[in-house]
Design a protein around this ligand. Sequence first.
Ligand code: MN3
Length: 256
Amino acid sequence: MNDTPDFLEDKLPRRELIKKLGLGAAALGSAPFLASTAAAAEHGDRQTKDSEIGFKDGEFVLPPLDYDYDALEPHIDAKTMELHHSIHHQGYVNGANNAVEKLHAIASGDGDSGLVKHWTRELAFHGSGHSLHLLFWNNMKPDGGGEPSGELAGAIDASFGGFGNFARLFKAASGAVEASGWGILGYEPVSGRLVVLQAEKHHDITVHGVFPLLAIDVWEHAYYLKYQNRRGDYVDAFMNVINWDDVARRYRAAKG
Ligand code: MN3
């Protein structure tokens, strides 16, 4: 924030500054992925539920869920949800804040620039972990599942040849992530198509620029209490809690 002209700092709150100056959030000291969040927030139909606010008063924060820990039973059990949200996700929030602090110190000349590779990797890991969990919680709802309709359904048809094909690919990709990671449905802006990707850990093997719309966490902490080694059963169960309205809203925002 040291480089922000005083006259701007005084008149505009931080979030407004990001928008007015057309800067990625990184330029003002936040992780780059926040830029897409800020851009999406400008879109009229983007929700701003409490459960989506992952950055507040200058630091990453863990928002509450939009539903109770037991709301996704029997598909995802309450104990897993509680540990996953309150312990695991909180860890990524803390890690991302710490990495940003260390990188700020290097930027201002006070830190150890020899550790810049370490701290940028830490920000990539924890920042992506935070971002994907925010998406994951909001991608789910009690009594979800089924199939999308409208524009998103059309895009799935055009990109994959139908919902059945998409579901087959998404489940295969999610089930086959090596070790810990994610299955992701995203909007690829160069082609304008939807793509299915895997993420290893949170940030490895991606296509830069892809806007994630739907993500399933396939780290063991997401399913092991209930499903043990049966990741495929957990992926099948996840399909029953998808909030397709949320995914459709993200698709409209990404396209817009
Ligand atoms: Mn997780």
